[in-house]
Design a binder for this molecule. Structure first.
Ligand code: FES
Length: 104
C-alpha cells in the first residue's frame, strides 16, 4: 500500500464501457480499464517499446499493445504475450462518490 494521497481522475460514468479510457494526470498518461470484475488502472506505457497502451485492443482483463501486440493482464500488470516480458506498472484504484480515484 502506498501512502500517497488518492486523486480523482475521472467519473465512473465517463469511462468507456468494457474498454480502456485515457486519463492525463499531471504529465503522466494513465490507462483506466473497465473490466467484468471492476476498474483497474496502469501507466499507459508499454514496457516493451514505450507504446501508448490506451491505443491498444482491450478485452476482459487483457490489454494488447498496439505496436507489437504484446499483452498484459491489467489486474496485476504481468505480461502474458510476447514480446512483452516485463510487468507494466499497475496503480491502486478505488471508487468514491462516483469518481475513480488512483494513487500516483
Ligand atoms: S511496444 Fe508494446 S509490445 Fe512492443
Amino acid at each position: 500500500m502506498s501512502d500517497k494521497p488518492w486523486r480523482n481522475v475521472i467519473a465512473v460514468d465517463e469511462l468507456e464501457k468494457d474498454w480502456v479510457t485515457r486519463v492525463e494526470v499531471g504529465r503522466r498518461t494513465i490507462a483506466v480499464y473497465d473490466t467484468p470484475t471492476g476498474i483497474h488502472a496502469s501507466l499507459a506505457l508499454c514496457t516493451h517499446g514505450g507504446a501508448d497502451l490506451c491505443d491498444g485492443y482491450f478485452d476482459d482483463h487483457v490489454i494488447e499493445c498496439p505496436l507489437h501486440q504484446g499483452a498484459f493482464d491489467v489486474r496485476d500488470g504481468q505480461p502474458i504475450a510476447a514480446p512483452a516480458t516485463r510487468a507494466m506498472r499497475v496503480l491502486e484504484v478505488r471508487v468514491r462518490d462516483g469518481k475513480v480515484q488512483i494513487r500516483i
